[in-house]
Design a protein around this ligand. Structure first.
Ligand code: P6P
Length: 339
């Protein structure tokens, strides 16, 4: 390959974060160090997800480590890797994990100024089927004088300083956005061991005839949801029905919706009146990504998802997120029922 075909301007996530920090003269570098620990966790989880398939299926050495511990389930490994990365960066005070009933407070870092919520391996039930799973995260900066308690992270998504996810698909795809910023996609290049900027400034199409919802819950849906989904499947005269795409792994469904457009929905329903997906580490982080990419995200009361305040760290919510015009259709149908 001629030297003129070699790209020497390789924007790694590491470089991207350094350049971001340089834009904020008051930055101390704490956020950058936190994100370096975060990206390491994603690289490690990606490695173990790909290895686990071999280990589980072929029983290759490694199914039990030297001390004879049982093979940890992958979501436990993902959780342990994430907690270790967040603890060791000395920049996180409060950590919420889907895998941990209680909030983790790092007492060894009383002056750390960040709180992180995460689902280390969201959709892990799909792992054995080879379906893409992912890590979803949200980052909050603690208020001045915060004592480091779970109240410090029960905040609306508008308080997040950054959020995003990493999808472990054919390659590891990381999507990250800062408060009020753009959405940037990175692909893990195992040769460099770095996430490379492959999708700068991601923008979701304003509309797209794709809907993503578990229709197996139709029996439990509220009337507005039924009417809305039926309007996509049985359009008025001359309309073309929407395509249905549902993977059942939020990160995979979200990534497709972000790239192609359309709508993803997990409505609250009669079976799950508060919804199924968690606010802190599924709904809010995804909502900020979608809003910053030009989309919308609302809960089942049609409130802006980022303004929903969790009372408890594992609180759930209904969610509709995606292309602006698609979410607007949901809002319009619900408004008919609110009169
Ligand atoms: P259902 C996976 O278990 C998960 O938490 C999300 O990743 C996914 O969007 C949703 O639940 C799927 O739920 O009820 O359709 O299987």
């Amino acid at each position: 390959v001629g030297h003129d075909q070699i790209n020497t301007e390789i924007v790694t996530l590491t470089r991207f974060l350094t350049e971001e920090q340089a834009k904020h003269k008051e930055a101390t570098g704490d956020f950058t160090l936190l994100c370096h620990a975060l990206q390491f966790a994603f690289k490690a989880i990606s490695h173990y997800i790909r290895r686990a398939t071999l280990v589980n299926l072929t029983g290759l050495a490694g199914t039990s480590n030297t001390t004879g511990d049982d093979q940890k389930k992958l979501d436990v490994i993902g959780n342990d890797l994430f907690i270790a990365a967040m603890r060791s960066c000395a920049r996180v005070r409060v950590l919420v994990s889907e895998e941990e009933e209680e909030c983790i407070i790092f007492d060894e870092w009383p002056h750390a100024r960040y709180a992180v919520a995460c689902d280390p391996i969201d959709g892990s039930s799909n792992l054995d089927a080879g379906v893409s799973v992912g890590t979803i995260f949200s980052i909050f900066k603690l208020a001045e004088g915060a004592k480091g308690t779970k109240e410090d992270i029960c905040l609306p998504g508008t308080e997040m300083v950054a959020s995003g996810f990493t999808m472990y698909g054919a390659s590891a795809q990381l999507v990250i956005t800062m408060k009020g910023g753009s959405v940037n996609g990175f692909t893990l290049d195992n040769n460099f061991g770095e996430f490379i900027l492959t999708h700068p400034n991601m923008r979701i199409p304003k509309k797209r005839a794709i809907y993503s919802v578990n229709e197996g819950n139709s029996l439990y849906w509220e009337e507005p949801v039924k009417e809305y989904v039926n309007s996509l499947k049985y359009p008025d005269e001359g309309g073309k029905p929407y395509s249905a795409r549902y993977i059942g792994s939020m990160v995979a469904d979200a990534y497709r919706t972000l790239l192609y457009g359309g709508i993803f929905a997990y409505p609250a329903d009669k079976k799950s009146p508060k919804g199924k997906l968690r606010i802190l580490y599924e709904c809010a982080p995804m909502a900020m990504v979608f809003e910053n990419a030009g989309g919308l995200a609302v809960d089942s009361h049609m409130r802006r998802m980022l303004e929903v305040v969790p009372q408890h760290i594992h609180d759930r919510s209904g969610i509709f997120m995606g292309s602006e015009q698609e979410v607007q259709k949901v809002i319009d149908v619900h408004q008919k029922y609110q009169k």
